[in-house]
Design a protein around this ligand. Structure first.
Ligand SMILES: [Zn+2]
Length: 575
């Protein structure tokens, strides 16, 4: 999109030499923040080309440079090093590649929360529980996180100069994406029993036609009986492609527009019903219709291997490290096994599932971690820096762990009355919660729509966001987005300090408009709110396209927000 990405090579250098420059520059890519790169398979990283553009305006991160672990077939390890242009480019690519490892490890909201949790733990955050009192655990200068349902996570750092009723810099995003979810009873057969099929429900508003002909697998969480009889939740991620929804050959139906029935044709095939697959988990032939239930024992529901195909339950049990009999229930969705990669001639794109909204979930996590990376980061901080990554945005957020629940208000309420340093344990002002809310701000961060070159008429003529040109502030007169002027002013101030470019978006009057967690949280909290996100194409496709340089843009912007909010807040008030 940006001409500076493609025009940065010396004109006249033959193509082979250009490639040489790209490859040698890759030798100077630094290690990812938090070391995630070392475990990233080469296949995730895409072409080993590196854009030698001079476009970057941002300082390089503090992390120390170095280690090469890119071994693409075309790469020659003996190529001489060419340090020119390496620093800024490497900084930007480092974030993009680190994001790939985050999204590839996170096929479900449960995994996204686990990925965020691991990064927070590594950065020195401590886990706390909603079910415990916090009075003696949450301290000023501390960094904490909590999860709800294993699919939403809230992380925060408390300023050492915190007083009850002070403001908070809040940043929200969501962990879920449209997907197909395995039904409670999924054991189905097609074509007189010859195909093994799996019943699935649609979750959210996916572009379901993109789920056809993809190599699908399963992931989620299982409730299993642990040692001692306790029921525990286990993360499940099967890596091999075991499911597929095949299209119909064009010869059999020459329909111009691809139309299909979501119940009967968006229906995955898991295999052929051979004798082997009809075996029960112990490997013995199981007569048709035989119950797994031990005679005489009352079971309110049919056994899990009767409700689901036994080989699927076996895979889940194997992933959970338990016996099939110990699987009590599970919440499993389908995901595309193709790994996220960098793409485009200059690696300027990210091709990936779930950019909406793991891109913002990742940037929120890294943004708060970077803002708190120094030991003294909270010494002069009078406020609280907080991110909240919610499940269930794609289905309206009105669930126990969604943005329309009491999750964020409850956390803010508990934190708003944390006593000040050295003050008596006497309860603070009864209006501390309300005082905190009105001094706080919420950045509602969710992906935005980049202008599509083939559908340009769908976009408003003056608001056409581009990838790699920075986060997009979303505005809507009918409050489908919560942004208002104080929000835009604050965001501009923060972006100015970070050197991050911003863009503006409104939809056409004759177009429908998406929405976000911004309006509902804004209404619930009464805090100033701005809706924003990075520009991407193909939102809700199984394979979306985003800008690789925008990862760094958003991390830097969020870091700057957390670092500067408390100082900027009193300067932008509208009572
Ligand atoms: Zn979204």
């Amino acid at each position: 999109m940006d001409s500076s990405f493609s025009s940065s090579f010396h004109p006249g250098i033959p193509p082979k030499l250009r490639l040489l420059f790209r490859l040698t520059d890759s030798d100077n890519w630094p290690e990812h923040p938090h070391g995630a790169a070392t475990s990233t398979p080469a296949a995730e990283l895409g072409p080993t080309t590196t854009s030698l553009h001079l476009h970057l305006r941002l300082p390089s991160p503090q992390q120390s440079p170095a280690i090469v672990h890119f071994n693409h077939e075309q790469t020659s390890p003996s190529l001489p090093s060419h340090p020119r242009h390496s620093t800024n480019m490497a900084a930007s690519k480092k974030y993009a590649v680190d994001f790939l490892s985050f999204v590839n490890a996170s096929p479900t909201p449960f995994h996204a929360v686990e990925s965020a949790k691991q990064r927070l733990l590594k950065a020195g955050f401590s886990e706390i529980k909603e079910r415990d009192p916090w009075a003696s655990t949450v301290k000023k200068g501390g960094r904490y996180f909590l999860t709800r349902n294993g699919s939403s996570i809230v992380a925060f750092g408390v300023g050492k100069k915190w007083k009850p009723g002070n403001g908070m810099a809040l940043l929200g995003a969501h962990t879920d994406s449209p997907a197909l979810r395995i039904k409670p009873i999924s054991r189905k057969f097609g074509e007189n029993g010859s195909y093994i099929q799996v019943g699935v429900e649609t979750y959210g508003g996916g572009l379901w036609h993109t789920w056809f002909d993809r190599d699908l697998s399963i992931a989620g969480r299982a409730m299993v009986r642990g040692e001692g009889g306790q029921i525990v939740s286990k993360l499940i991620k099967v890596d091999s492609p075991i499911l597929r929804i095949p299209t119909l050959a064009i010869h059999l139906d020459r329909q111009e527009n691809f139309q299909f029935n979501k119940e009967t044709q968006l229906f995955p095939i898991a295999g052929l019903a051979t004798a082997e697959l009809n075996k029960n988990p112990k490997g013995e032939e199981k007569p048709e219709g035989e119950s797994e239930t031990t005679e005489g024992e009352f079971k309110p529901l049919a056994a899990i291997t009767e409700r689901h195909h036994a080989p699927i339950v076996e895979r889940i049990a194997k992933e959970a490290g338990v016996e099939v009999k110990d699987i009590i229930d599970f919440e499993i969705i389908l995901y595309d096994t193709q790994l996220s990669v960098l793409g485009g001639l200059n690696d300027e794109f990210i091709y990936s599932a779930r950019l909406d909204n793991l891109m913002m979930s990742y940037c929120a996590t890294e943004g708060i971690i970077e803002s708190l990376s120094s030991e003294t980061a909270l010494d002069d901080e009078p406020g609280i820096r907080l991110i909240s990554l919610f499940d269930h945005e794609e289905i309206g957020s009105q669930t126990a762990q969604g943005a329309d629940s009491n999750l964020l208000p409850a956390v803010i309420r508990r934190l708003s009355v944390l006593p000040a340093e050295g003050s008596s344990p006497a309860p603070p002002s009864t209006s501390a919660y309300e005082e905190t809310l009105i001094k706080s701000m919420l950045w509602s961060c969710d992906q935005a729509h980049a202008v599509h070159p083939n559908y340009g008429a769908k976009y408003e003529s003056s608001h056409r966001p581009e990838m790699n040109k920075g986060p997009v502030i979303k505005v809507n007169a009918n409050a489908r987005y919560a942004t208002n002027s104080p929000g835009i002013v604050m965001t501009q101030e923060v972006a100015q300090k970070a050197g991050v470019p911003l863009q503006l978006f409104v939809v056409r009057n004759d177009s429908s408009c998406g929405s976000t967690i911004g309006p509902m949280l804004s209404a619930a909290l009464g805090a100033r709110t701005v809706d924003m996100g990075n520009a991407q194409l193909s939102m809700h496709s199984i394979r979306e396209t985003g800008g690789s340089h925008d990862v760094e843009h958003a991390v830097k912007l969020f870091k700057s927000y957390f670092e500067h909010y408390s100082a900027l807040e009193p300067t932008i008030t509208v009572d």
